[in-house]
Design a protein around this ligand. Sequence first.
Ligand code: FES
Ligand code: FES
Length: 237
Amino acid sequence: MSVAPCTEVEESQQEEQEAQHPAGFEFSRRRFLQAATTLTAAAAAIPGVAVAAPIESEQKRAITLKINGDSHTLTLDTRTSLLDALRENLDLTGSKKGCDHGQCGACTVLVDNRRVNSCLTLAFAAEGAEITTIEGLAKVPEPRDVSDLHPMQAAFLMHDGYQCGYCTPGQICSAVAAVEEQKRGALSIVSFHTGHTDHPEMTDDEIRERMSGNICRCGAYPNIVAAVRAVSRGLSA
Ligand code: FES
Ligand code: FES
């Protein structure tokens, strides 16, 4: 039995062997490719046989996204993530790109009031939804005072819930949704561990668990927990 050659040298050695021992030889890589090309061309010529179309490198379409109450019509590659649409096409750079793999939470935004990793969400999947980013959370478009901010933004300020601030927009969006989830009785794994499955309180363990998708490499966790605890108890500014 022949072994597929890995290098040009191996391949030419194999072809040399093949020329010397044509009957005992099975297939070279070059022959395989030649045969595959010939078969594809032959199939295309047969009526009724479908041959896959070549993959287009770019497929653009018009899309309208509703973000922070405003509609934006764009022409995007259908594979564009919501995060890239926000940052690269709409200049909404509050949502951050940390890992681009759904692991850090820096890109968290709200889609129909549910938190999502916008790096893992296709922009086209969010068409028709109400998208809220950190830029749209405050009570007024251009806040000038702490009282103009969303209570969670104010609580992060009051409790010093950040250091470099890179994770903060995602932390705040996530925290807003986490408090709402707890209010409507959504359970976490901590609720099952503690047995408090009948509308569990927002204890620090619950906060840590519910915020565990948001990583802070500065380690501002104690202050983030304090901010979320304050809002969940109605104690923020
Ligand atoms: S950038 Fe989206 S989860 Fe990290
Ligand atoms: S404040 Fe720096 S990563 Fe969280």
